[in-house]
Ligand binder design. Sequence first.
Ligand SMILES: CC(C)(COP(=O)(O)OP(=O)(O)OC[C@H]1O[C@@H](n2cnc3c(N)ncnc32)[C@H](O)[C@@H]1OP(=O)(O)O)[C@@H](O)C(=O)NCCC(=O)NCCS
Length: 113
Amino acid sequence: MQSLFDNGAKAWLGYADDKVCGLAIIRMAVDEAELLSLAVLPDIRQQGLGRILLNSVLEAAQKNGASTIFLEVAHSNTPACRLYGTAGFERVGIRARYYANGDDALVFKRALV
Ligand SMILES: CC(C)(COP(=O)(O)OP(=O)(O)OC[C@H]1O[C@@H](n2cnc3c(N)ncnc32)[C@H](O)[C@@H]1OP(=O)(O)O)[C@@H](O)C(=O)NCCC(=O)NCCS
């Protein structure tokens, strides 16, 4: 796992067999973090890398002073919604027809303790 830093944003690269196969990006502001992106290459999915990346993000956000993390995800994105649900996130809002395809965005929040 490798961390990249740039004024408030942090990025993590996930590796499998020495190749970059996943990415997570967060933005920090005061005591809040926002997960901007989390993705794993299609061929490598459902092997645990997404959860590893997410756990790295949660740990780093907490260590950097965040007490809460937010994210948005498409309502139809079952894999991501399940991942966040099993990682302790709770749904706190909805942005109707937020995405270009008309899908709603769900807003999730998790306390970092
Ligand atoms: C969401 C994503 C990052 C998950 O990565 P992953 O490496 O496949 O995830 P993991 O293997 O660590 O799985 C973690 C959990 O996610 C859920 N999950 C993953 N794939 C799933 C699927 N196809 N269907 C249902 N749940 C799924 C499960 O709860 C799983 O836990 P379990 O293995 O104990 O059942 C990946 O599907 C992805 O890159 N999707 C495209 C980009 C994207 O949608 N990012 C999220 C935007 S907010």
